[in-house]
Design a protein. Structure first.
Length: 316
């Protein structure tokens, strides 16, 4: 796959989210709130055990990764999108050149510059009409993490990946509270204080005609390709943990609720997921290669506020 084609696939993650709950005038959900939802396994694990596994992973990454401390700070680019939007930004990624694809996810905790996002993470916006969520690198509870602050806003950060099969995904996150009027099965209320998304490649020609037409519409209207499929892990407000929620805007995005409600607000939650098993549960088939992993905190549909923190994310 050429660099240009790969960029189109990866920037399509923004298109997927545009069609997947971040539209300016979201359509009414085709899924009834009363319909029974399929359930995935819960994934919260003991954070002490998580910390031990991550310590070994961090040590390996520290030895393996060559990091350039002089590279431009992606957070500065991400947070400058508000000014760009006012100037007529078209929703493209901050860097007009093809973002480099990586084999691993750069870790927040070992960023060479504590105030900058690790090299490899890229900012993206939904479209010029959306207020960007603000992201910053901070030290909280003796760990370096990404701090997300959303105010009727939606944008994210992502890493373009290459040669990655679906394996085990681990991460830790925390939120100060839920979005009380959010419901991820309903378009006008499809927001979340925490999202971790994984974008997959696949054979779009084998999809039903309606999905192929949707992809073509996205390509014509945005100039970008959507990923074949996107699996999201979210902190929900109303749905039970383990619920698999079809996105109300596109069948090619499925969400798994891994935390829900206020019970664990202001606590670090640690998760470990089998991506292959989750993809099968969500889409009913085996996954293709992973093309991107990203995070997003969004409150644009509910016009609310959210404050959250993302710790290290590991893909084995």
């Amino acid at each position: 796959m050429t660099a240009k084609m790969f960029r189109l696939v990866l920037t399509g993650a923004a298109s997927a989210l545009l069609l997947a709950g971040c539209a300016s005038n979201p359509p009414v959900s085709a899924v009834s709130p009363g319909d029974p939802a399929p359930m995935a396994a819960t994934s919260a694990i003991d954070c002490q055990a998580f910390a031990k596994r991550m310590a070994a992973y961090v040590a390996a990454q520290t030895d393996a990764e060559a990091r350039d401390a002089t590279s431009p700070d992606p957070l500065a680019a991400a947070n400058s999108r508000a000014a760009d939007a006012e100037a007529g930004d078209d929703g493209e990624l901050a860097d007009a050149s093809s973002p480099p694809t990586l084999a691993t996810l750069p870790l927040f905790s070992i960023s060479p510059n504590r105030g900058q996002l690790p090299v490899g993470w890229q900012p993206w916006t939904i479209n010029r009409n959306k207020i960007p969520t603000r992201y910053s690198m901070v030290e909280v509870d003796q760990r370096v993490v990404v701090h997300a602050q959303a105010d009727s806003s939606a944008s994210g950060l992502y890493v373009p990946l290459r040669d990655r099969d679906a394996g085990t995904l681990r991460w830790t996150w925390k939120t100060s509270g839920i979005i009380r009027n959010a419901d991820n099965g309903l378009g006008p209320r499809e927001d979340s204080p925490l999202r971790l998304f994984v974008a997959f490649d696949g054979d779009k020609g084998a999809l039903p005609l309606k999905d192929q037409l949707m992809y073509e519409m996205a390509r014509l209207t945005t100039g970008r390709e959507m990923p074949y499929a996107t699996l999201m892990y979210i902190w929900g407000g109303r749905r039970a943990e383990g619920s698999v929620v079809k996105n109300p805007h596109t069948d090619r995005v499925r969400m798994i609720v891994v935390d829900s409600g206020m019970k664990h607000a202001n606590e670090w939650r640690c998760h470990e997921r089998d991506l292959r098993a989750d993809y099968r549960k969500a889409f009913g088939t085996d996954p293709g290669r992973i093309v991107a992993v990203g995070i997003m905190t969004d409150t644009d549909n509910t016009k609310s506020k959210a404050e959250s923190w993302y710790g290290d994310i590991a893909l084995d």
